[in-house]
Design a protein around this ligand. Structure first.
Ligand SMILES: Cc1ncc(COP(=O)(O)O)c(C=O)c1O
Length: 379
């Protein structure tokens, strides 16, 4: 099949996500030399607006990493964990497990504290673990994309810091959708990427690095070359990247961040995501039958992705194809999680990504279509 023969779909998955026409258009702007003065102006604008969106002060360095969120996560492990130190990975799902895989494959002294899928981090259990051993670094996921759970970042960071450890936070799927509490939580490193709530194609990891973390990185050996936080930050300070960046994405990112900060407005963007979570909650609770419920723990439901448990009589893969015909890309749930739920005879999940530039109007139409799909199936 030729590229032009693929249908133009609105993506309701959890990243990559829907890209506004203006940003698709920005993908056609002229390429530029990444060490030329033009690059400096563009990246400077991007970093300035990322700072505004994050609301960080001068305690934090902001930098772009060529690659994606995973690349930045691995850089944080390589650059901030010494060989004789202990690190704890706290996981509430697939992406907490991903941080663990990276830590283990880099041969660090690591423990894993895992919570049941759908649950948030239990602070009492975390505290027990932190009392049991001296940890130097602790990682956790701010927004667990596989289960639609958002952890209480402030409480978790404060607890980790109480025991003298550095919190490294994976905020890949939530940054740009809600206010990140940098001031209160003071994470050592906060990581995100372009293809989720920022409404851009994939291609950069984004790192917010606290000055204390940067100081520590200087004393860590074997940080690698492209994963070296010290040179990543040094490049960021010059409005550059360590290696050749995706210049097309820089063009798109510059436009998109200008739009978020100057046109849509940061608070409006956060409010829109909050409203969309409420719309989905209202839909699950009041429009769907009792056979459908949230998979994620009440009080910790994500403002940017909803995981919904569906009854066994609904064929989610048939729905995916039916919605494709109607111009949507439906999310039939996180694959590995559904596989394990299936093996245990439990109900499976679907997900609705309501992140980035999806609007309440788009979401409303989509939920209507989805509901009519569900109605095709009877208990
Ligand atoms: C919470 C979370 N962490 C990490 C990742 C990995 O990020 P990337 O795909 O940008 O490498 C993802 C991707 O879906 C994610 O949702």
């Amino acid at each position: 099949m030729k590229n032009t023969e693929f249908k133009d779909l609105v993506l309701f998955i959890t990243g990559p996500t829907y890209i506004r026409p203006e940003i698709r258009q920005a993908g056609t702007y002229c390429e530029f030399g990444h060490r030329d003065k033009v690059a400096k102006v563009k990246v400077e604008s991007i970093l300035k607006n990322l700072r505004k969106l994050a609301g960080v002060n001068e305690d934090y360095e902001v930098c772009l990493v060529c690659g994606s969120g995973s690349f930045a996560m691995e850089a944080s492990i390589r650059s901030l964990v010494k060989d004789n130190e202990n690190i704890l990975n706290v996981s509430v799902g697939a992406f907490g497990d991903l941080y663990h895989k990276m830590t283990a494959s880099n041969k660090k002294n690591v423990d894993l504290l895992k919570f049941k899928p759908g649950k948030a981090i239990d602070l009492n259990k975390l505290e027990e673990q932190l009392k049991s051993k001296k940890y130097d670094v602790v990682t956790f996921t701010h927004n667990e994309t596989s289960t639609g759970v958002t952890n209480d970042m402030v409480k978790v960071c404060k607890l980790i810091q109480k025991y003298g450890a550095m919190p490294l936070v994976d905020g890949v799927s939530i940054f740009g959708g809600v206010k990140i509490p940098f001031d209160e939580a003071k994470p050592s490193v906060y990581i995100t990427s372009t293809q989720k709530c920022l409404g851009l194609p994939a291609g950069f990891g984004i790192m917010f690095v606290h000055k204390d973390a940067l100081e520590k990185a200087k004393s860590v050996e074997s940080r690698g070359y492209v994963t070296d936080l010290v040179s990543i930050v040094a490049s960021g300070q010059k409005s550059q990247t360590v290696t050749t960046p995706n210049c097309t994405l820089i063009n798109q990112m510059m436009e998109q961040l200008e739009y978020i900060v100057e046109e849509e407005g940061i608070d409006n963007r956060f409010k829109r995501h909050e409203d969309m979570q409420k719309m989905v909650a209202d839909w699950v609770e009041n429009s769907l039958s009792d056979d459908f419920k949230f998979f994620s723990q009440e009080g910790y439901r994500s403002p940017v992705v909803s995981a919904i448990e569906i009854p066994k009589y609904v064929d989610r893969m048939a729905i995916k194809e039916s919605l494709r015909e109607k111009g949507y890309l439906f999310d039939p749930g996180y694959g590995k999680l559904n596989k394990s739920l299936e093996e245990n005879g439990e109900n499976l999940n679907i997900r609705v990504g309501h992140m980035g530039d999806i609007t309440p109007e788009m979401l409303s139409k989509y939920l209507e279509e989805l509901e009519s799909e569900f109605k095709k199936y009877k208990p």
